[in-house]
Design a protein around this ligand. Structure first.
Ligand SMILES: NC(=O)c1ccc[n+]([C@@H]2O[C@H](COP(=O)([O-])OP(=O)(O)OC[C@H]3O[C@@H](n4cnc5c(N)ncnc54)[C@H](O)[C@@H]3O)[C@@H](O)[C@H]2O)c1
Length: 367
C-alpha cells in the first residue's frame, strides 16, 4: 500500500528549516502520497507552488497534516503543540536528541509511536545527517561569538579578525570533531590565535599537521587546557559522546576566572550542553550573562540560515526516506546496522542503550 508522508512547518522558536526541499521529493511521488503544511518551506525560500509542482499536496493546518500522514518527516524534535497531534500510528522521523530530554522520551514512549532519531543514522563510522549541520553550526558559533564580543552585546569589545597581521584575540575550541573543525577553520581564517582541545590525540595531531604554527593543540582536562579556556576571548564547546549527554568541559569555576565580556558558545546544548549549569537559549534571546561572561547555548544554530541548512539537510536526508516507504520497512530497519541506532522508540519500547543510560530508563530489546 502506498505510504503517506507528511512534512510539517517547524514550530520550534526561530526555526526556518524544512526537512525536504521540492527538488528532493519528486523521486518519492510514485512511492508515497506527500503532504506539506502550507508555508512550511517559506523560511527556506520555497513556496507552496514549488511543492505542488514537485508533486506534493498542500494541507492548510498542522492538525490535518498529522491526521493524513503516517510518516512525519521533520527537522527538530516535536514541541508540545506537536506532541498533542502525534499518536501510535505515526513514524516520527527527525532530529530527536532524546538523551537530554526525559519528558520528551517519556511522552513518545507513552504515545506508543515509532521514533527515528535521524542524527543517529550511520554510514560506516560517520553520522551523515549530523555532519552537514555540525559544519554549519561550527561556522555559526564563531560568527555569533564575533557578534557577542561586541561592546553593544556587553562583550569584551574584541574583534577576532587580525588587523595589522598581529593575532590579537584568542579562540579556544573544545571538541574537535565536525563542529570544532569548522570553528577552528573559520577562526584561523580571520586571524585569531586558536587553541584546539580534544581527548583524541590523533585528531590533535592532524590539526597540528594541517595548521602548523597557527594552532596550539592540547589534551582535554590538562592544567594547560584549563588555563587556555580561562584566558580565551571566545570558547566554543563542541564535545560529543554519540547518543549520550555530553561531559561538562567548562565549569562554574572556569567562568569565575574568565575576564568579563568573554563569550562561551555551547554548541553541545542539543545533547544537554557541556557548560556546567547551562540552559538553552534561542536565536532571539541568545545568551545569559554569568559573572560578566556571555554564555550562549542555541540548540538549533543552523536554523539561523535555513536556506543553506535545508538544502544541506535535504540533500542528505533524501537518501534515507525510501527505506521507510517500502512495505516491510520495519524489518529493514531492524536488520540494517546503519539504520538500527536511529530506531530509538517503538510501540512503548526504548531501544537506544545510550538514551536509556543517559536518562536512567529501562532498555528494551526487539524480539
Ligand atoms: N547547537 C546546534 O545547533 C548543533 C548543531 C550540530 C551539532 N551540534 C552538537 O555539537 C556537538 C559536536 O558535534 P560534532 O558533529 O562535532 O561531533 P563529533 O563526534 O564530530 O566531535 C565531537 C568531538 O568531541 C570530542 N570529545 C568528547 N569528549 C571530550 C572531552 N571530554 N573533551 C574534549 N573533547 C571531547 C571527541 O573526541 C570528538 O572529537 C554535538 O553535541 C552535536 O550534537 C549542535
Amino acid at each position: 500500500m502506498i505510504k503517506k508522508l507528511g512534512i510539517p512547518k517547524e514550530v520550534k522558536k526561530d526555526e526556518g528549516r524544512i526537512s525536504l526541499i521540492p527538488q528532493h521529493i519528486t523521486q518519492f511521488t510514485g512511492l508515497a502520497d506527500i503532504f506539506v503544511e502550507t508555508e512550511a518551506g517559506l523560511g527556506s525560500g520555497f513556496t507552496d507552488k514549488d511543492y505542488e509542482a514537485a508533486g506534493a499536496k498542500i494541507v492548510t493546518t498542522a492538525r490535518e497534516l498529522y491526521e493524513v500522514s503516517e510518516i512525519i518527516c521533520k527537522v527538530k524534535e516535536p514541541q508540545p503543540e506537536e506532541l498533542e497531534m502525534l499518536n501510535s500510528s505515526h513514524v516520527l522521523f527527525g532530529y530527536l536528541h532524546l538523551a537530554s530530554n526525559l519528558s520528551l522520551t517519556k511522552t513518545l514512549l507513552e504515545k506508543k509511536l515509532t521514533g527515528i532519531a535521524t542524527e543517529m543514522i550511520m554510514d560506516g563510522k560517520e553520522y551523515p545527517l549530523l555532519i552537514p549541520m555540525s559544519k554549519i553550526a561550527g561556522n555559526l558559533a564563531v560568527q555569533k561569538g564575533m557578534q557577542f564580543l561586541e561592546y553593544s552585546s556587553q562583550g569584551k569589545g574584541v574583534l577576532l579578525s587580525s588587523i595589522s597581521g598581529e593575532k590579537n584575540s584568542k579562540v579556544v575550541v573544545i571538541g574537535c570533531g565536525e563542529v570544532g573543525k569548522s570553528s577552528i577553520h573559520k577562526s584561523i581564517q580571520v586571524g585569531a590565535s586558536v587553541t584546539a582541545i580534544d581527548l583524541n590525540e590523533d585528531i590533535l595531531k592532524d590539526l597540528k599537521n594541517k595548521y602548523g604554527e597557527n594552532i596550539r593543540t592540547l589534551l582535554s582536562g590538562t592544567d594547560e587546557a584549563i588555563s587556555e579556556i580561562r584566558s580565551a576571548d571566545l570558547v566554543v564547546g563542541a564535545v560529543l559522546l554519540p547518543g549520550r549527554k555530553p561531559p561538562t568541559v567548562i565549569t562554574e569555576e572556569d567562568i569565575k576566572y574568565m575576564e568579563k565580556g568573554t563569550v562561551i558558545i555551547d554548541v553541545a546544548i542539543d545533547q544537554g550542553g557541556c557548560v556546567e549549569g547551562v540552559s538553552p537559549n534561542t536565536h532571539s534571546d541568545p545568551f545569559e550573562i554569568r559573572n560578566g561572561v556571555i554564555v550562549s547555548a542555541i540548540a538549533n544554530l543552523p536554523g539561523a540560515v535555513p536556506k543553506t541548512s535545508s538544502m544541506e539537510l535535504s540533500t542528505n536526508l533524501q537518501n534515507y526516506v525510501d527505506n521507510l516507504l517500502v512495505e516491510n520497512w520495519f524489518e529493514e530497519y531492524k536488520n540494517n546496522e546503519s539504520l538500527l541506532p536511529s530506531l530509538q522508540i517503538h510501540k512503548g519500547l526504548l531501544l537506544s542503550e545510550e538514551v536509556a543510560d543517559s536518562l536512567s530508563l529501562t532498555l528494551s530489546k526487539l524480539v
